[in-house]
Ligand binder design. Structure first.
Ligand code: HEM
Length: 440
């Protein structure tokens, strides 16, 4: 992952710097007109074009970002609660803190792996935005990887010391600080990219110098940061606790008292975290620049409606958190998808000011790699369906017993193994054919 990010950074560094120097440098002294900004954006596009229709890339980017951020929320939220839970003497808190630390540990890996997907789709259709902004804060962007590694190791240290609550708590504090730093960097890079009209001014300090150290932070929006990272993490870990109680409540070694405790606590966290999420989401909307014409847009309204709807479900769940765990999950998924669409809409609204649209991106249609992508996705879905279904069944089986798979489940397992083998043959085979074609 790190190598891919570095390679991409290097590949685009030159282009972005040249873009700034050739176009930006000349215009730096005078404010750029919207047409000039539009021209700057277009010249920074990859001349190879997009290998597939931009709208498909855009949809995949939105969907994969929603999945990425879900795991970011469970990692950060899991740590938030673990820190609190480890400081409490009560055994229920201690036990739940250990469980949420486990959630966080697993979620970070998933957030990292799934984060690659929106990165790939994003950089294909929004390369002028992503690479310019990443170069402006390039040194911070490199530190992203270092901070992520440190945070990840700290979470593992917390996990290994979970029987010593105070030590585990301290490591969890370290872990969450580094994850929030990572979130801060990615927030800055995303947020700066929405203001192409300011890049040249930022890069040249208004035409007087060239800021190429990469240590500049030029834009940060506290409301966006809190509403996309901090408060959703609290709300989402609350919903997760409700689901945890729903799932494990059927197992004898989970006492009713502990299950009720975690479900009720989860519902409360979801309610308070969710309320703060809505407030800060609205505050962020209020800070949107007027020339984006985005405040009253249908996508903006839908993002608020989604959150309110979810809040309504969580409100009803207070009396019966276990029974309402699944509806809360659906409400949360809907709200997250609408937020993801809203974020993407903001990019469209911001760039539309300069007559820029990803839909005019040059398409250099290629069928084989999208086909490989679709095949991998479909195969992966079957594989994951099998793995997750089995994990679900195993999680419901009382300790000491072994879950016996049904005949259909066995067949699904065989199909999964077959698909993985087929995928490996096609993947390695395609590579070998390409190498042979190049050299023979
Ligand atoms: C576990 C640590 C991480 C945290 C806390 C985190 C947090 C975030 C946050 C808060 C945002 C939204 C920022 C904003 O728009 O203001 C975001 C977006 C994004 N993250 Fe992560 N992230 C993490 C890891 C990663 C990794 C490892 C990758 C890539 C390999 C990644 C790729 C992305 C991408 C591409 C976006 C923007 C997608 C888009 O705009 O459509 N993230 N992340």
């Amino acid at each position: 992952m790190a190598t891919a990010v570095y390679q991409d950074l290097l590949r685009w560094f030159l282009l972005a710097v040249f873009g700034f120097m050739l176009i930006g440098g000349k215009l730096a002294l005078a404010a750029q007109s919207p047409e000039q900004v539009g021209a700057m954006l277009k010249v920074m596009r990859d001349s190879a074009g997009s290998p597939f229709f931009p709208v498909v890339m855009q949809i995949l980017q939105v969907l994969t970002w929603a999945l990425h951020i879900l795991f970011v929320w469970t990692s950060v939220g899991g740590l938030f609660y673990a820190i609190y839970g480890f400081t409490r003497k009560d055994e229920n808190h201690q036990r739940l803190a250990r469980a949420m630390l486990e959630l966080s540990k697993v979620s970070v890996s998933l957030a990292i792996v799934i984060g690659v997907a929106p990165l790939l789709f994003y950089q294909v259709i929004y390369d002028p935005l992503w690479y310019s902004s990443a170069n402006l804060s390039g040194s911070w962007y490199m530190m992203f990887i270092v901070f992520l590694l440190i945070g990840y190791y700290l979470i593992w240290f917390a996990y290994f010391s979970k029987q010593k609550p105070q030590v585990a708590m301290l490591f969890s504090v370290g872990g969450v600080i580094f994850l929030l730093l990572v979130g801060f960097i990615i927030h800055v890079v995303n947020y700066q990219s929405l203001f192409p009209e300011k890049w040249v001014e930022w890069y040249t300090s208004g035409g007087t110098t060239m800021n190429h150290s990469g240590w500049g932070i030029y834009a940060f929006n506290i409301f966006r940061f809190l509403s996309l990272l901090v408060f959703p993490s609290i709300a989402v870990v609350g919903v997760f606790m409700m689901l945890y109680s729903w799932h494990f409540g059927k197992r004898p070694e989970f006492s009713k008292e502990y299950i009720d405790f975690s479900a009720k606590l989860g519902a409360k966290l979801a309610l308070y975290g969710g309320a703060a999420w809505i407030v800060f989401h609205i505050l962020y909307i209020l800070t949107l620049p007027a020339d984006w014409n985005a405040k009253g847009s249908i996508f903006t309204l839908l993002s608020v409606v989604g959150l309110l709807l979810c809040a309504g479900i969580i409100f009803m769940a207070q009396k019966n958190p276990i029974g309402m765990a699944i509806p809360s999950l659906f409400g949360g998924v809907l709200a997250t998808l609408l937020i993801a669409v809203f974020r993407e809409y903001l990019r469209v609204a911001s760039t539309a000011r300069f007559g820029y649209s990803i839909y005019d991106y040059k398409v250099n249609l290629e069928w084989l790699s999208p086909l490989l992508f679709v095949g991998t996705t479909l195969g992966g879905l079957v594989l994951y369906a099998y793995a997750w279904w089995m994990a679900f069944q195993a999680g419901r089986t009382p300790q000491g017993q072994i879950y016996e798979a049904s005949e259909t489940e066995h067949h699904l397992g065989e199909l999964s193994v077959f698909l993985v083998a087929l995928w490996a043959v096609v993947f390695i085979g395609t590579g070998l054919i390409v190498i042979a074609r190049n050299y023979l």
